[in-house]
Each structure stands twice: as structure tokens, then as C-alpha cells.
Ligand binder design. Structure first.
Ligand SMILES: Nc1ncnc2c1ncn2[C@@H]1O[C@H](COP(=O)(O)OP(=O)(O)OP(=O)(O)O)[C@@H](O)[C@H]1O
Ligand SMILES: [Mg+2]
Length: 232
């Protein structure tokens, strides 16, 4: 078997201490194959975003391990960790807002700036990503003036500009009308299918979840269903 792109073993995540301690993840283990599309579903407060943050190395587990392509991510720290995250992941999170007073293009090329890519190359790749999302004509607009769906597509352009191995999406269609949501969804699955990008998506939308290769259900910080386990 090939090495999973992400391998999680017995991850616990607690917030707070003493009497205020809350165990948000209680021993989660999970292997995610390269190129897979995975839906993480479950009730509000069940631990979906917490798991996503641990998978995306935005937050450290309290115990347990997360391997990225066979590398124990506990060995990655500081700059190395930031660079790995920036190079390997794209984020479609509603809380990762666009900077409203910057242009759409400036927002999209931010990951390239962090990666130290030169100005001309940044512009070229940023415009190419915007074209791909049908936003080429909005490159010079201020992000604040975009519609909701255009903002979400801009976030996707920013997520893919660095040619990531994995895209993490937390409720990518949550605030969109169904038609715009369908467009955003189609873009994500096209990237998954045609570019082989692993797609990990948290959603309350059953239809979106059913389009994924695999669906895991989280309840009170534990995986209680895994469609891959059923199929195996
Ligand atoms: N920083 C924090 N400090 C304390 N508790 C937290 C913190 N972050 C999350 N929690 C708690 O951990 C639990 C899981 O939160 P999480 O955000 O992962 O839920 P979720 O499944 O994503 O829910 P939703 O569908 O509402 O987004 C919740 O009970 C939440 O209150
Ligand atoms: Mg959440």
C-alpha cells in the first residue's frame, strides 16, 4: 500500500485545564489517501473543525500523532512548519477572510508572497488562478466589493495558487445560495479529479458529503462511522 498523505493515530485534543478542560477529540485515528475526497460530517460542536485544524497543522494535538506523507509532523516546527503548511495545503475557510481593501489579485497571491516567489511570477500565477475561477476581470477590484460567491471563488483561487497537495474546506458552501454553492462545489471536485488534489471538506450538506469518495461521521470527538471501513 502506498503511504497515506495524512495518517492520524490516536489523536486527542483538549481545550482548557482542570475543571474547565474540554476533550474535543478523544482518540481519532484515520488514514487519508492521496487524491481522496473526504467529507467530515457531524453535529455542531462534535469536533469537525478541531479535527480539520489538527489535520491542517494549524493546531497541535494534545497527544497522538499526525504524519504527513510519512513524516511525523511533531518534528516540524516554527519556520519549517509554516513553510510546509504554505507549500502543501490550500485553505477554503470562511474565517480566513479576504483583506477587503486589497485587490482580488493581491489576496490571491498572498501564499506566493509568503513562499518568496518573485513579483512577476506571482502576478502570472495569480492571474492564471483567477482565470480558472472565471474571475480574471475582477483582478483589480477591491475584494470588499465582490459578491459572496465571487469571494468564495477568490478564496479557492488563493487555495490553489500554490498548487497544493491537499485542499481543506470548512463549510465551503455554507453561506451561499444553492446555485452558487453548486458552482463552488463543482470547482472543488474538478480540482480533486483533474489535478489529483486531496480534498478534505467539513460540511453539514448531505448532498455535498455524498459526492465525496468517503464520509466520516464525528460524534462527541470520536469517529463513529467511516464509509471506507464499511466498503472494505
Ligand atoms: N478554543 C477553544 N476553547 C475551548 N473549547 C473549544 C475551543 N474550540 C472549540 N472548542 C469546543 O470544542 C468542541 C468542538 O468544536 P468544533 O469547532 O470542532 O466543532 P464543530 O464540529 O466544527 O462544530 P460546528 O459544526 O458548529 O462548526 C465544541 O464543544 C467547542 O465548544
Ligand atoms: Mg466547525
Amino acid at each position: 500500500m502506498t503511504t497515506p498523505i495524512l495518517s492520524v493515530k490516536d489523536v486527542h485534543k483538549s481545550y482548557g485545564r482542570g475543571q474547565n478542560r474540554f476533550d474535543a477529540l478523544k482518540g481519532v485515528s484515520l488514514d487519508i489517501a492521496q487524491g481522496e475526497s473526504l467529507a467530515i460530517v457531524g453535529k455542531s460542536g462534535s469536533g469537525k473543525s478541531t479535527l480539520m485544524h489538527v489535520l491542517a497543522l494549524l493546531d497541535a494535538a494534545s497527544s497522538g500523532s499526525v504524519e504527513l506523507d510519512g513524516v511525523d509532523t511533531a518534528t516540524l516546527q516554527g519556520r519549517t512548519l509554516n513553510r510546509t503548511r504554505n507549500k502543501t495545503f490550500g485553505f477554503v475557510f470562511q474565517q480566513f477572510f479576504l483583506t477587503g481593501n486589497q485587490t482580488v489579485l493581491e489576496n490571491v497571491i498572498l501564499p506566493l508572497k509568503i513562499a518568496g516567489i518573485g513579483r512577476a511570477e506571482r502576478k502570472r500565477r495569480g492571474l492564471a488562478a483567477l482565470e480558472q475561477l472565471d474571475l480574471g476581470d475582477k483582478a483589480k477590484n477591491r475584494a470588499v466589493n465582490l459578491s459572496g460567491g465571487q469571494k468564495q471563488r477568490t478564496v479557492i483561487a488563493r487555495a490553489l495558487v500554490n498548487n497544493p497537495q491537499i485542499i481543506f474546506a470548512d463549510e465551503p458552501t455554507g453561506n451561499l445560495d444553492s446555485a452558487t454553492g453548486a458552482v463552488v462545489e463543482d470547482i472543488l471536485f474538478t480540482l480533486n479529479r483533474e489535478n489529483g488534489i486531496t480534498l478534505i471538506v467539513v460540511t453539514h450538506d448531505d448532498e455535498l458529503a455524498s459526492r465525496c469518495d468517503r464520509r466520516i461521521l464525528i460524534r462527541d470527538g470520536e469517529i463513529v462511522e467511516d464509509s471506507a471501513a464499511v466498503a472494505a
